[in-house]
Design a binder for this molecule. Structure first.
Ligand code: AMP
Ligand code: ZN
Length: 472
């Protein structure tokens, strides 16, 4: 149950274009569906920003006392390179690129994705569901739509007829007339209406696909959108609380999920739709799996702790675009390292015989920020203000930090000296200074100490070693 002292949780609902009080369908459990990865390549840091946002949302729900059933799909078939139902299946593209089977590609990149999530302290969903393991459910879903008269069969597949609905495109506030006018260069002439979309695609006659299944309409594979409707309904029921994804999903993917699902049930499918803004590269360049591509592994190779990237993402509200540059990531790294050294120093001063209490003033500020549509930048500001407040006793401070970390996920409890990776440049300077001291060249040693201090570090000469710490 919710703790009565916590301020109301308010979230921005894309469907209504406004912030509203979150009221769950059932007090026992909140149903949450997040569109997962298409596993034909590594996730890039733009994709990962989205999963960090969803993780924070989930942690905020948990801190508000809700139990959560979180379902995430794994798109391992049927997502075509173009959203308008043309082009090759991304999995088959990946298989050709790497000379592997589409199934091997899917397994490999799903494992890589899970590893990324774990390195970013992202809590796993309650249920992972793969599209290829739910073909039966997807076919049954299309059959139901067919029996209700929402589909038509063309040369290359079974399509959903969007003209049968009078509220199609409500989520995206689509201008259907404008779309029709702009449809002169329509690339898929199999469709009756520009907004119609594939539910089932036929395997091409002249090409042997790796992933294909029999269906009442012929051999083929499911369209991209149908998996989310079929699996969300299987695991979360005909109505559930929260559905999320990136803003790119609003006009096509989520719009089509709603069309399919509500045509089956005749009722509102999802109560709250949340969408995360994009990570963009300096110069307004889009990060795409086919273009400039920075992965978590790229950061790790540069000796950057994945949690630095998590901290970096918390600089911006999830509904604001976040611009990535190496300089701004460096600034986040410095702040994260400063946090580590503050936490480590705090741990050393803890009185183990005393129980810390949560500091109400700062914790309430923190809760107000997170419950106001996940204002994480403001919540992080309250964390820093508390750290810098000398009036609070260390045990209370630490206890409050641990509580705040239940949302932030920066792994405060396990911060250790070794985990603050000191810049290589500083390590070299410290080594040079050690040699100077060994040679009794104290003038050089002092100059080196100054240089190290000017770069933001402190040296502590102990009996048998030198400690390097970040300046507070
Ligand atoms: P995909 O694996 O390509 O299906 O994408 C997974 C998720 O990443 C989707 O929710 C997209 O909306 C999201 N996404 C794609 N590109 C970016 C980006 N540059 N910044 C933030 N999220 C993105
Ligand atoms: Zn989806």
């Amino acid at each position: 149950m919710r703790n009565a002292d916590i301020p109301d949780l308010k979230l921005y609902n894309t469907m209504l274009r406004k912030i509203e009080k979150f009221i769950p369908i059932s007090n026992d459990i909140v149903g949450m569906y997040t569109c997962g990865p298409t596993v034909y390549n590594f996730a890039h840091i733009g994709n990962l920003r989205m999963y960090i946002f969803e993780d924070i949302l989930k942690r905020v729900l948990l801190i508000n006392g809700y139990n959560i059933k979180h379902v995430m799909n794994v798109t391992d078939v049927g997502h075509l390179v173009s959203d308008d139902d043309n082009g090759e299946d991304k999995m088959e593209v990946g298989a050709k690129r790497e000379n592997k089977t589409a199934f091997e590609i899917a397994d490999f990149y799903f494992e890589a994705f899970k590893k990324d999530l774990s390195r970013l302290s992202i809590i796993n969903p309650s249920i992972w569901c793969k599209a290829t393991q739910h073909i039966k459910e997807q076919i049954a879903f299309v059959e139901k739509l067919e029996s209700k008269g929402y589909t038509y069969v063309s040369n290359d597949g079974v399509y959903f007829d969007t003209s049968k609905l009078n509220n199609y495109g409500e989520l995206a506030k689509l201008d259907l007339e404008g779309l029709k006018e702009g449809a002169r260069v329509e690339s898929n002439n199999q469709k009756k209406n520009i907004t119609d979309f594939a539910l089932w695609k036929f395997s091409p006659k002249d090409v042997q696909r790796q992933m294909e299944w029999d269906s009442p309409w012929g051999k083929g594979f499911p369209g991209w959108h149908i998996e989310c409707s079929a699996m969300a309904m299987k695991y979360l029921g005909e109505q559930f609380d929260i559905h999320c994804g990136g803003i790119d999903h609003i006009p096509v993917h989520h719009t089509n999920e709603i069309a399919q699902s509500e045509s089956i049930t005749n009722k509102k499918w999802v109560n709250t739709w949340l969408h995360g803004e994009f990570l963009i590269l300096e110069g307004n360049e889009k990060m795409a799996k086919s273009g400039k591509f920075i992965t978590l592994e790229t950061l790790i190779e540069k000796n950057i702790n994945p949690l630095v990237y998590r901290y970096f993402c918390m600089n911006a509200h999830y509904r604001k675009a976040l611009i990535f540059s190496w300089e701004s990531l460096k600034a986040a790294e410095n702040a994260y390292k400063r946090l580590c050294s503050k936490v480590i120093a705090l741990k050393e001063k803890l009185n183990n015989n005393k129980h810390g209490e949560i500091n109400e003033k700062y914790y309430m500020r923190f809760l107000k920020a997170i419950n106001n549509d996940l204002n994480i930048p403001l919540s992080v500001a309250s964390l820093w203000d508390m750290i810098n407040d000398n009036e609070i006793n260390d045990n209370d401070k630490y206890k409050t930090l641990i509580e705040m970390d239940k949302v932030l996920g920066l792994n405060i409890e396990n911060m250790e000296v070794e985990k603050i990776n000191i810049d290589e440049e500083i390590i070299n300077l410290v080594e040079k200074r050690n040699i100077a001291r060994k040679n009794k060249d104290y003038a050089t040693a002092d100059l080196l100490r100054k240089e190290i201090e000017n770069k933001g570090y402190i040296l502590e000469d102990l009996k048998d070693k030198v400690n390097v710490k970040l300046k507070n």
